[in-house]
Design a protein around this ligand. Structure first.
Ligand code: 5GP
Ligand code: ZN
Length: 112
């Protein structure tokens, strides 16, 4: 999508430091981090939200990318959280599917 900020990050139109990249996914640090580690993992292909995904390979790729990043950053020791916000009440503000990988502090539960 030409006016989507995460599409522009994924295709290099907006220069970013990728924490991870493969053929179908990229990951980069959140501009407004909510934890010492706050990484966004996204498919390169535009999906407006989790609700728009019908291809299960998106889920396997997204989750396995996030787990690989967590492993590479050594986050298993103290733990981490993966979050996908969907829609207005789900707190989604950017309409391109993304997984938040959060770590580095006690994240608490339940969410507010
Ligand atoms: P959502 O609220 O949609 O689940 O999460 C969107 C996230 O994207 C927010 O945490 C926000 O800080 C982050 N974000 C929005 N615009 C940009 C950007 O241009 N660059 C980066 N790195 N993060 C962004
Ligand atoms: Zn997009």
């Amino acid at each position: 999508m030409s006016d989507c900020i995460f599409c522009k990050i994924a295709n290099g139109e907006i220069p970013s430091d990728f924490v991870y990249e493969d053929d179908n996914f990229v990951a980069f640090r959140d501009v407004n981090p909510q934890a010492p580690v706050h990484i966004l993992v996204i498919p390169k292909k535009h999906y407006a939200s989790s609700a728009a995904v019908s291809d299960n390979s998106v889920w396997s790729g997204l989750m396995s990318s996030a787990v690989k990043i967590a492993r590479d950053l050594g986050l298993e020791k103290n733990g981490y959280r993966m979050v996908i916000n969907t829609g207005e009440q789900g707190g989604q503000s950017v309409p391109h599917l993304h997984l938040h990988l959060l770590a580095g502090r006690n994240l608490g539960w339940p969410p507010g």
